[in-house]
Design a protein around this ligand. Structure first.
Ligand SMILES: [Fe+2]
Ligand SMILES: [Fe+2]
Length: 177
């Protein structure tokens, strides 16, 4: 049977665990802004729904981390702060920026999850299926974000680049450390 490389497998679970937790933190930051300075019931509801999916994703990887005895990334506390800051900041900029944040992150995650499915072999069929399912959820989030007004026009293009670059850096670091 085709076997998944052990180190690769650990990196996959470590980074996805961090990423899904980061997604929850981004939404928590956005919800904080939406409950205080930027009241928007409709947007709040949408974000709460997406956050529920991220919770389900995170709980899956949390179980895998424990079950397989994989070390989570040491940088979780840093990603928590940065996630909340990114979420809060984008929501304070307005609905378009808040939704762009989701769109930008999900576009990175789409590629990220797709690449992982190539690395998982027959011995990790179930994990691969889960990641494929989660990838579909993230694509749905991206669609919701565009429906709700995410845009890359003008200065938003810069924000898109900043979010994508930061996400890629966070991914690269969380795989190894
Ligand atoms: Fe997710
Ligand atoms: Fe998502």
């Amino acid at each position: 049977m085709n076997k998944t490389d052990k180190k690769t497998l650990e990196e996959i679970i470590r980074v996805d665990h961090a990423g899904e937790r980061g997604a929850i933190k981004i939404y928590e930051g956005q919800l904080l802004a939406l409950k205080t300075f930027k009241q928007d019931e409709d947007l709040k509801k949408k974000i709460e729904e997406m956050k529920e999916h991220e919770k389900e994703h995170f709980e899956f990887f949390e179980k895998e981390i424990n079950r397989r005895d994989i070390k989570p990334t040491r940088l979780l506390p840093l990603w928590d702060i940065m996630g909340v800051a990114l979420g809060f900041g984008t929501a304070m900029l307005g609905k378009k920026a808040a939704m762009l944040c989701t769109a930008s992150v999900e576009e990175v995650i789409d590629d990220h999850y797709k690449n992982q499915t190539y690395k998982l072999k027959e011995d990790e069929k179930d994990l691969k299926k889960k990641i494929e399912k989660f990838r579909q959820d993230e694509l749905d989030h991206k669609d919701i974000a565009y429906e709700e007004g995410a845009t890359k026009k003008g200065l938003y293009k810069i924000l898109d680049n900043v979010i994508k670059t930061s996400s890629r850096i966070a991914i690269a670091i969380s795989e190894k450390y």
